[in-house]
Ligand binder design. Sequence first.
Ligand SMILES: *[C@@H]1O[C@H](CO)[C@@H](O)[C@H](O)[C@H]1NC(C)=O
Ligand SMILES: *[C@@H]1O[C@H](CO)[C@@H](O)[C@H](O)[C@H]1NC(C)=O
Ligand SMILES: *[C@@H]1O[C@H](CO)[C@@H](O)[C@H](O)[C@H]1NC(C)=O
Ligand SMILES: *[C@@H]1O[C@H](CO)[C@@H](O)[C@H](O)[C@H]1NC(C)=O
Ligand SMILES: *[C@@H]1O[C@H](CO)[C@@H](O)[C@H](O)[C@H]1NC(C)=O
Ligand SMILES: *[C@@H]1O[C@H](CO)[C@@H](O)[C@H](O)[C@H]1NC(C)=O
Ligand SMILES: *[C@@H]1O[C@H](CO)[C@@H](O)[C@H](O)[C@H]1NC(C)=O
Ligand SMILES: *[C@@H]1O[C@H](CO)[C@@H](O)[C@H](O)[C@H]1NC(C)=O
Length: 716
Amino acid sequence: MLCDLLVLFSLFNFSSGFLIPELQNVHLYVSPTGSDLNVGTDASNPMRNLHRAIQRISEPDIQNKNIWIELMEGFHDLNSTLIINHRNDYRRITIRAYQNQKVHVTGGKRIPSNHFTKVTDPSILQRLSPEAQKHVLQTKLSDAGLTDIGQIVPYGKYILRQAPLEIFENGFPLTLSRWPNYGFINITNVPSGQRYSTVFQYNSDRPKKWANQSDIWVYGYWYQSWADKAVPIKTIDVPHKTISLAQPTHFGLRAGQTHPGGGYFRFINILDEIDEPGEYFIDRTTGMLYLWPAFSKGLYSSNDVIYGSMINTCIQLTRYTSNVVFENFILEACRHFGIQAQDSSNITIQSMEIRNTGSYNVYCRKDCRNFVISKSYLHDGDGGVTLQGGDRPTLTSSNNFIIDSEISFFSRVTSSDANAITLDGVGGHIEHNIIYRGQYTAIRWTGNDHSIQYNNVFENCMNSSDCGAIHSGKDWAARGSVIRYNHIHHNLQYYYGADVRGVMLDDQYSSVLVEKNVSITYEFAETRLLQYNAGHLNIGGGRDNIVRDNIFYNSTKFSIQVDGRGSAHRNDKSLMNILNKLPYKDTLWTSKYPNLVNILIEHPEEPRGNQIYKNIFYNSGKQYTVKWDPHKPAWFDVHSNIISNSTNDFNFPKLPYADFRTRCALTTFVKSNHLTTPILPGQTGPRYHVGPPFVTPRPSWLLGGSHGNQPSPQGC
Ligand SMILES: *[C@@H]1O[C@H](CO)[C@@H](O)[C@H](O)[C@H]1NC(C)=O
Ligand SMILES: *[C@@H]1O[C@H](CO)[C@@H](O)[C@H](O)[C@H]1NC(C)=O
Ligand SMILES: *[C@@H]1O[C@H](CO)[C@@H](O)[C@H](O)[C@H]1NC(C)=O
Ligand SMILES: *[C@@H]1O[C@H](CO)[C@@H](O)[C@H](O)[C@H]1NC(C)=O
Ligand SMILES: *[C@@H]1O[C@H](CO)[C@@H](O)[C@H](O)[C@H]1NC(C)=O
Ligand SMILES: *[C@@H]1O[C@H](CO)[C@@H](O)[C@H](O)[C@H]1NC(C)=O
Ligand SMILES: *[C@@H]1O[C@H](CO)[C@@H](O)[C@H](O)[C@H]1NC(C)=O
Ligand SMILES: *[C@@H]1O[C@H](CO)[C@@H](O)[C@H](O)[C@H]1NC(C)=O
């Protein structure tokens, strides 16, 4: 009960000092200018290291007291993973910025700006373009104590990235030099004709420039437009434009093609290709860093903060750790996770900024409970949050929350599976978040009884296809989740391959409720590589999905796409495996999910029980409203929907800040079906300041909510 209150209070930002009155509070002060010889209990004599403060929590003088670790202004560089081992139901450890001071906890080391000099070595200069020669700076990393550079290791789908040393300029990640900088070049031929070959040809003269360089890597979508991987090159035969890879790729190789996608790549880690602001390269034999500053012109000034990441995971909670709160500071420059936990409970991450991590910003797996991320600003990770918890057989809720937070630029290096949120288990809540700018999926969920609501989800799936901004799949038993009151928009398709959708119920996912004034919209966006069309929702052969009371506005290809792929392909074995592991015939399950009990004797391969009703569709041109594939409409119960033919039917002051309140021809439909007012974009997303108080909020145009000042349209 007490801790329930804690979670509740922390969500609503009550000052938490009074929460455990029966326990004495101890404050431990840590400052980058302190000393570990201090006991640290008074603010004028702080300790030096966070590690020392964590050691103190088990010392006799404070053993049974609530502990507040007060971080004082400045950069707290961790020299190794901060391990917190705390199994305690009663006392709490809070690590926070002292009096809202500007606090950074980093897994890196600062490179003093005066270490950077212009490049003068002619053998280096001759490799750079004339423009780059003017801008590229260099420094020897070991001069600043960055001795462990690490190795680039393969990354991509199915891999939690382990980064080597990376460089961050004033809080922004720099990019490992690459070519081409944007988009990809095609594989033109796989000479052996064998899919699982590691030898292929390309068509470009560019690599001629790079003769004699070692450690060149290639990153690409080798066979599927949804499976990326970076692998080292074994040899490159420049005259014959042939590359032999040192490692196999995902799913093999094929020549770049229009459908179903895949077969394209770029080169990475090449000195010569530092050819635009923000690119860097590290020579692993000499330990030299070369970079073209992202923002500053000429040499860096003393205000510029350049960091190299040094340690792997920054903060690790040992298994079963409980009752820990992180609050009001920036955590950054970790090569692996920002915060990692397993089977942890009663953890709160509140008003934090976590950025520039090599893998997920926050990662808690197995059975995490009462794990709350609120009012936090997570960005530039290789993945945002992974949160797994609760118990599926007993349908016990995890009570995990990701709420009032911003997760953006979340797939910084890896595209596929580096999601903004990966949610698994039972009873997770993803609410009031703003989630945008992803290379692939934003929210990927599995398990039962989750809620995904009041989120503003846009500009995802930007560098891949066969993608859903909100995506789940391959599970007949994953039931009881709701997706509602979200504003899902501008998730468009730029690359060849299967479609991009707002909500993707892939491969026989079953039983989700997508309902109630979800304003799903796709509007026109600029064309980059290709402009195939994108859709709002698909039901990929699953069952018992209910889609009602939505506005499906102006898709570029289809509003809803449904199919019976189980029937066409037979059922995937993994569907049976998951089902058989769950007690779906027990009373608990049958009372909650009555349609599941007889699934195996009711043609599980058919997409039965799906209902699509009381929705409003508007499309501007040739798009499908409901696209059937294969053509068996009888499988889906589609009724009482309305197709609007005019933008006048919506209260559209101005795109793209859509106001989906209906009017004109739709008012009768809305009244007779008892539909309520759709939510406005401004009702989605965070309700509070996101991140520590000293962090400037994102630009307001990103909220998509500035529709209020436009005049409403008149007449019909
Ligand atoms: C990290 O710093 C602490 C405290 O100064 C010190 O005791 C420890 O030896 C250091 N560890 C490493 C790996 O350098
Ligand atoms: C977590 O908090 C709940 C109440 O919200 C409490 O019942 C439980 O004992 C706590 N668990 C741990 C491991 O601290
Ligand atoms: C997509 O890839 C381009 C490089 O082609 C990169 O610059 C961009 O940041 C990526 N988009 C996202 C949303 O990460
Ligand atoms: C590559 O190395 C060879 C032999 O060391 C040298 O002759 C050649 O000029 C080098 N090529 C480039 C482009 O640096
Ligand atoms: C890759 O191939 C596709 C056709 O298969 C073509 O449309 C595209 O322009 C090619 N890309 C490049 C960079 O050559
Ligand atoms: C609908 O989308 C198309 C692009 O597919 C765009 O040209 C058009 O302007 C959009 N119309 C409205 C009213 O949003
Ligand atoms: C839109 O046009 C279709 C076909 O012409 C018609 O059936 C439908 O009633 C129209 N919708 C509205 C809201 O007028
Ligand atoms: C639609 O959203 C509004 C605003 O959040 C809410 O008041 C209303 O109850 C919702 N409609 C339905 C059908 O739940």
